[in-house]
Design a protein around this ligand. Structure first.
Ligand SMILES: Nc1ncnc2c1ncn2[C@@H]1O[C@H](COP(=O)(O)OP(=O)(O)OP(=O)(O)O)[C@@H](O)[C@H]1O
Ligand SMILES: [Mg+2]
Length: 510
């Protein structure tokens, strides 16, 4: 009905040749959520109470090198000073006494808060009996540290508690980086040794029924709060296990917030709202961590309440506001290499689920073909994200993904399918100052010969940088008064709003 076959608009277009391109995998297989770790200490750490000193349970030793955190954390208040050797010494002694006293299997059956209380009571008793000299604040720190070691993720806990952190990257026991406000910085958090790090990785992945060791050194998992985790262990990771966590933001950024951050202009946001509402097929393209999923989440909020939406994700990150949503997640193979459910399986299956819109968290393989077919056959308004650095590259990636799926289709046919399916490509980027911006809103409008024709509606014009190194720029119109999806906007009664937004963005440029 709203076919955009051919470029009849007469508007400036950007022809480009489609070149095949190497496939890059984002590598995020995902597992089903499980019971929070805090509810059950690692089974390896379970022992009877009172434990016999001759057969101590295998318990992770206290983290001796967890350093003070620069900012306060909810679960562990950040000490503002560097801890002394005697602190670690005391902690080690208290920890050993605790392990000898506590029944970890009973602890596992308690709710997290009660388990914490139980540990605190025992640790307080130990401190009193052994007569350790410490201030109240030191004692409080020690209690938190020990609780984190026994119940949680040890030195990672304070970082997990900080909401402003987007990513945590652990490169072996001695290096922990975080991303805050788009900037990557090293923290002074350390693990005691690589074994402690590996134990924590083990604890994380065991919650989703996986294990990570020499024989299966790569694993994706999810924390109970929804954060996405990847572990790669030795011998593949040469300097100790590498752990990467994309923190799950409970309160996802809204389009209005993105406007406030300058990711898009208010007028540009208005156009995106229309795009989301009028069932354009949209691909959000961008590099790693450029804000693709955030943007996809924002766009879905403009879908009408009565539409049936099916989401397919590697790790359920999207938070749709509509009532009629079915959420699907892929599944990696089990330890025997069986039971894998791929993104392609999900997308194909959801076609049999009477979807009105299909939302694919990340398209990175042959499922692209199924998504394109869905977009082309009555599931208008479907959306997905793709790893690529420009709208043009996004089209190339789609072609290579189709080719990699083993579909022996002539190049021209593939391009025709793309043109018949994708309406809009929104490009997200993380700029060198750490800010995230929408750099292109581009329409796919047709073919000229063998070449796909696109036209940019909005571009981010970089003007320079200020004294603090922050990039200065603005979102500008390319002068297109009547986009290719105009008829579609009119059909949904959004043409006036679209015209007003286009006019406003144009005026601003004058
Ligand atoms: N415009 C923005 N301004 C500030 N922070 C943002 C913006 N967009 C996204 N973020 C934050 O950046 C982080 C990464 O965002 P997101 O998960 O959307 O990226 P992504 O491109 O989907 O990453 P990946 O490639 O790993 O899937 C999140 O913590 C998110 O809250
Ligand atoms: Mg993402």
């Amino acid at each position: 009905m709203f076919g955009k076959r051919g470029n009849s608009s007469g508007h400036p277009a950007t022809p480009h040749t489609q070149a095949p391109q190497a496939f890059e995998s984002a590598g995020t297989d995902v597992l089903a959520p499980e019971r929070p770790a805090a509810e059950r200490p690692d089974t390896q750490e379970q022992a009877a109470r009172p434990a016999t000193p001759t057969a101590p349970p295998r318990v992770e030793a206290p983290q001796l090198m967890s350093q003070s955190m620069p900012q306060p954390a909810a679960r562990q208040p950040a000490p503002s000073r560097t801890r002394s050797e005697s602190y670690y010494d005391t902690k080690s002694q208290v920890f050993s006494a605790l392990i000898e006293t506590i029944d970890l299997s009973q602890l596992a059956s308690l709710a997290p808060d009660s388990a914490r209380e139980e540990i605190r009571d025992i640790v307080n008793d130990i401190i009193a009996i052994k007569n350790f000299a410490m201030s109240i604040s030191e004692q409080e720190e020690l209690l938190e540290d020990i609780c984190n070691d026994v119940l949680g993720y040890g030195p990672l806990e304070p970082l997990l508690a900080r909401d402003e952190i987007a990513d945590i990257m652990v490169n072996g026991a001695q290096q922990v980086y975080i991303e805050v406000n788009g900037k990557v910085e090293q923290t002074n958090v350390r693990f005691r040794d690589n074994q402690q790090l590996l134990n924590i990785c083990q604890r994380i992945v065991s919650q989703v029924g996986r294990r990570v060791d020499e024989s299966s050194p790569i694993c994706d998992a999810r924390l109970p709060d929804g954060s996405r985790v990847n572990v790669i262990a030795p011998p593949l990771a040469i300097d100790g296990a590498s752990l990467t966590i994309r923190k799950f933001k409970k309160d996802k950024l809204t389009l209005d917030q993105l406007v406030r951050f300058g990711a898009i202009s208010p007028e540009g946001a208005e156009i995106l709202k229309v795009i989301g509402r009028v069932r354009c097929n949209v691909l959000i393209s961008g590099g790693t961590g450029s804000g693709k999923t955030t943007l996809l989440n924002c766009l879905t909020s403009f879908i009408d309440k009565d539409e049936r939406i099916i989401t397919c994700e590697d790790s359920a990150e999207l938070q749709l506001q509509q009532p009629h949503v079915v959420r699907l997640e892929t599944r990696p193979p089990n330890l025997e290499g069986e039971g894998e459910v791929t993104m392609r399986d999900l997308v194909r299956n959801c076609l049999r689920m009477r979807p009105e819109r299909i939302v694919v968290g990340e398209v990175r393989g042959p499922e692209v073909f199924d998504l394109l077919s869905a977009m082309n056959t009555g599931h208008d308004g479907s959306m997905g994200t793709i790893h690529s650095n420009s709208p043009r590259e996004c089209l190339n990636r789609i072609e290579s993904m189709v080719a990699m799926g083993g579909f022996a289709l002539p190049q021209r046919t593939v391009r025709e399918i793309i043109v018949g399916s994708v309406d809009i490509i929104i490009q997200a980027a993380r700029l060198r100052d750490g800010s995230r911006r929408i750099t292109h809103v581009t329409e796919v409008i047709g073919m000229e010969g063998d070449v796909i024709i696109t036209q940019d509606l909005i571009l981010y014009d970089m003007k320079g940088e200020d004294a603090n190194g922050r990039i200065l720029g603005e979102h500008v119109s390319t002068g297109i008064g009547r986009p290719h999806f105009w008829e579609r906007a009119r059909y949904y009664g959004e043409d006036r709003r679209l015209a007003a937004a286009l006019e406003a963005i144009e005026k601003k440029a004058d």
